[in-house]
Ligand binder design. Structure first.
Ligand code: C6P
Length: 415
């Protein structure tokens, strides 16, 4: 990847884009904010904020329940957003789009429902060594309950999955593979298409955690042939508290419901309940209607910019960041995959990541420090944590220059 200067090659009008995000014009600690923590949660454009406000001002009523006009308007807005999600990930049909609170809930839903139906003693669940805790702990819980075993496919020193080892681990005991698409700590982009082909050759379904992929690249769940794909609204410039689980109809129909309650039923007697059709079977209770509508607005916003242009711009931003950060004496990058999204994790000499992050904060620069909810990955690299700078399409060369100056200043103070 060549380190050209991003704004000179970008097809995007970054200044215009930045004006869409009100938070980016505020100060932090007396300096214009440099927000480099979009992997934790991205900022929101005006169109998302306005869509939520418009809904509460003019459209609010419960969905799928009222015969009256207002409820039907709210229901239409809600279901239109579901169709937008279907388009965004190119899912075959809207009933395969389940609204959840985020990736954490999406994975818990599959671990619980798939696990209750299909896991038994001695079975295996295969994950990778770069998973977020959200794609470890739910599987541990269900494995413990069922007497099944969690297996972990290894990575190399660059932080890439060792594909041959992964394939070898696909034994006839494995009932499901659960993998991240992009590592939140390393930025590694996993070869999902190949992994799915290997797993499917053995009849094993695959769940993909798309939390860190969806903000950066176009997703086509049909081309990837994944069985489940989940992502969070707040990482794709939408609201917190809303997310998506895509599941192939055959799996969603085969699994028992997750939560019981209103809206997920067809008939209820005290003796027996029958369940609603998809997607409602997995959407018990009043949903986050405003969140769904805000998510729809966020997806519109991204689609308008174009994910291919976003990927291209962020790749140049990433290459520029790595090139400039290499100027810092004693820097060590954690994660050097050939195929990488716009996340840079690093350490400098023996300086603790928290100390570096605290000084950067004083300089108006927001980065994440610590283990990034990937403690086993930190153990793999024998480190306590990293400093992580993550970029979105609203970041600029100037943001990276401020980061590099900030790190140099911090090192001079702490070194
Ligand atoms: N990672 C980060 O700073 P939720 O919280 O449910 O929206 O997403 C959980 C999650 C799952 N998988 C991956 C790969 C993730 O990166 C995250 C969230 C944030 O890296 C917060 S820990």
């Amino acid at each position: 990847m060549e380190a050209t200067t991003p704004t000179t090659v970008s097809k995007l009008n970054i200044e215009q884009i930045r004006r869409d995000f009100p938070l980016l014009s505020r100060d932090m600690n007396g300096k214009p904010i440099v927000f480099l923590d979009s992997a934790a949660s991205s900022q929101k454009p005006n169109s998302v904020i306005e869509a939520i406000s418009h809904y509460y001002r003019f459209q609010h009523a419960n969905v799928h329940r009222g015969v009256y006009q207002l409820s039907q308007e709210a229901t239409t807005a809600f279901e239109v957003a579901r169709d937008k999600v279907r388009d965004f990930i190119h899912a075959p049909s809207s009933p395969e789009i389940i609204f959840v609170r985020g990736v954490t809930e999406g994975i818990n839903l599959v671990a619980s429902c798939f696990g209750r139906k299909f896991l038994k003693e001695g079975d295996e669940v295969l994950i990778t060594a770069m998973e977020h805790h959200s794609n470890i702990v739910p599987w541990q819980l269900i494995c413990e309950e069922k007497g099944a075993h969690l297996r972990v496919a290894p990575i190399n020193e660059a932080g890439e999955l060792i594909l041959e080892e992964f394939e070898k681990m696909l034994s006839d005991k494995v009932r499901i593979v659960a993998t991240t698409h992009v590592s939140n700590t390393l930025g590694t982009i996993n070869p999902i298409r190949e992994m799915v082909a290997m797993a499917h050759a053995k009849g094993i379904p695959v769940l993909v955690d798309g939390a860190q992929a969806t903000p950066h690249m176009a997703i086509d769940v049909q081309a990837l042939d994944v069985d489940f794909y989940t992502f969070s609204g707040h990482k794709v410039f939408g609201p917190t508290g809303i997310g998506v689980l895509f599941g192939k109809e055959k799996w969603l129909n085969a699994m028992p419901p997750y939560h019981g309650g209103g809206e997920m039923i067809k008939t209820v007697t005290f003796e027996k309940t029958t369940y609603a059709e998809l997607p409602h079977k997995f959407e018990a209770g009043t949903p986050d209607i405003a969140g769904v509508i805000g998510l729809g607005a966020a997806l519109d916003y991204i689609q308008e910019i174009g994910l291919d242009a976003i990927t291209q711009y962020e790749n140049t931003l990433l290459a520029y960041a790595i090139k400039r950060l290499k100027e810092v004496p004693g820097i060590r990058f954690i994660g050097a995959a050939k195929n990488k999204a716009s996340v840079v994790s690093f350490l400098v000499d023996n300086i603790h990541p928290y100390d570096l992050g605290t000084i950067l904060d004083k300089l108006g620069i927001a980065v994440r420090t610590g283990h990034h909810c990937t403690q086993p990955l930190m153990d793999h690299f024998c480190i306590p944590g990293t400093v992580r700078a993550s970029f979105a399409f609203y970041n600029t060369v100037e943001d990276i220059d401020r980061l590099v100056d900030g790190v140099k200043k911090a090192v001079a103070m702490l070194g």
